[in-house]
Design a protein around this ligand. Structure first.
Ligand code: CA
Length: 439
């Protein structure tokens, strides 16, 4: 597990002035990675690191030859079109590059003049998903979400007995993962309307978002091996924001007995920036299961987990309807929750995923499952906020919502803040629902 070091020093300032503005997402203490190119260009995508309102082009940095050793090798790996090769180098490489970039971007760095031309304004770039995602697994790690959703489907038995023992997950679809800014038509599927005897094919009427944290795997493990909990975080490159768009009516009709399928696999959106676990080191919290609850099996427990297994990430959902956009009204915050409330940690998800010998590979993506807090207003989906569609939300515009309407734009945001530390952010992931495609 990474611990705080000189790169987290709150006194650090960057010669990129926008990085020093209080409350920004990308101070020099953050240094998240993305794959980018100039917007509208035919340039090759390559790795970049966020600093203030700019992207430092790592391909350009690599070509300048200002880095040495493992940091230089890591930057060279970022010249490729995705970050898979960089992620595969493991946490030592990302730590070496982070340390070198922190020094190079610091006020007073001898490299300022040479690096300044390698900055590109974030306003002027476009992103792709940071890695080529070979496999995507979505977990279900929030007990508040699992209980609230279970209560809607099974009022007498909301939480299934395995939840407190097994990090529940399903294998999702990698091909439909898109970076922030992906707008997609309302999907159609089989739905069984209330009172109907037979299903029909129709556009979903219960389109929802899910507020999740994404986990990019760094170094993988060979098939047949398991990753012990104490080593789990060495296999994690970093975290992002993830919206697991969900069609609740399609999902409700199809999910038994094998779990989610077409109700989930039409789109998953991720934020472009991946915040490394090292950057999150100052925001770790002790992890503990309440004594009255089942304690995890030994393979999912350990002293490091108890000392600092949880990560304190604040998460938000914002909605802007088409009418709000037309009126120039800003997005409205629908809910706010925290990742530290999760029943299962990132390390437990990684270890459980491999306990049977399943191999994770660099760039694989895990979703945390919808992160809801204990209060109704902390729900990470409309399914929960509208009590299964029974209690419409009234927006400031006077509109109401149970589920998403055409033209709705959903934005997820996340950040970490703590007394004595510099706030860091994840940026955002947004997407807009378009009208259903005509058959
Ligand atoms: Ca999900």
């Amino acid at each position: 597990m990474s611990s705080a070091n000189a790169t987290h020093d709150p006194q650090l300032r960057s010669w990129v002035n926008s990085a020093n503005e209080p409350g920004g997402d990308f101070p020099i203490q953050n240094l998240p990675f993305a794959a980018f190119r100039r917007a509208g260009s035919r340039e090759a995508f390559r790795g970049g690191v966020a600093i203030g309102d700019a992207v430092l082009d790592l391909a350009a940095v690599s070509a300048l030859g200002v880095l040495q050793g493992l940091a230089a090798q890591a930057a060279a790996a970022c010249m490729q079109g995705s970050l898979n090769a960089f992620m595969a180098m493991g946490h030592e490489a990302s730590a070496a590059l982070r340390e070198a970039l922190s020094a190079a971007l610091r006020t007073g760095s001898a490299h300022e003049a040479r690096l300044r031309p390698a900055l590109v304004a974030q306003d002027a770039v476009e992103y792709r998903v940071a890695a080529d995602v070979g496999d995507y697994t979505d977990f279900y790690a929030s007990i508040h979400h699992a209980t609230a959703v279970g209560r809607l489907f099974r009022p007498d038995n909301p939480l299934l007995p395995n939840f407190k023992w097994v990090p529940i997950g399903y294998h999702g679809r990698a091909s439909s993962i898109r970076v922030s800014g992906f707008d997609f038509p309302r999907p159609q599927g089989q739905v069984l309307a209330p009172g109907d005897q037979e299903p029909r094919l129709a556009p979903t009427r219960r389109l929802d978002y899910e507020l999740e944290v994404g986990v990019f795997i760094g170094r993988g493990n060979p098939l047949g091996s398991a990753i012990p909990l104490a080593a789990a975080e060495q296999h994690v490159f970093g975290l992002c924001l993830l919206n697991d768009w969900s069609a609740r009516d399609i999902q409700a009709w199809e999910y038994q007995p094998l779990g989610p399928f077409l109700g989930k696999n039409f789109a998953t959106s991720v934020s472009p920036w991946v915040v490394t676990l090292e950057a999150l080191a100052p925001f770790r919290l002790p992890w503990a299961r309440p004594p009255e609850e089942p304690q995890p099996l030994p393979y999912l427990a350990g002293p490091e987990l108890q000392r600092a297994g949880a990560i304190d990430i604040q998460l938000e959902v914002w909605l802007q309807t088409q009418r709000m956009r037309a009126a120039g009204a800003p997005p409205l915050r629908l809910s706010h929750s925290g990742f530290s409330e999760a029943w299962w940690t990132v390390s437990q998800m990684v270890t459980h995923h491999t306990v049977n010998g399943c191999n994770l590979q660099p760039g694989d993506l895990l979703g945390s499952g919808t992160q809801s807090g204990p209060l109704p207003a902390q729900a990470g989906s409309l399914l929960e906020l509208s009590a299964g569609g029974k209690q419409p939300l009234t927006l400031a515009s006077g509109e109401t919502r149970t589920f998403l309407e055409d033209g709705d734009r959903v934005t997820l945001r996340g950040w970490c803040a703590r007394e004595g530390c510099t706030r860091i952010g994840f940026g955002e992931v947004s997407g807009t629902v378009l009208p259903a495609a005509r058959p």
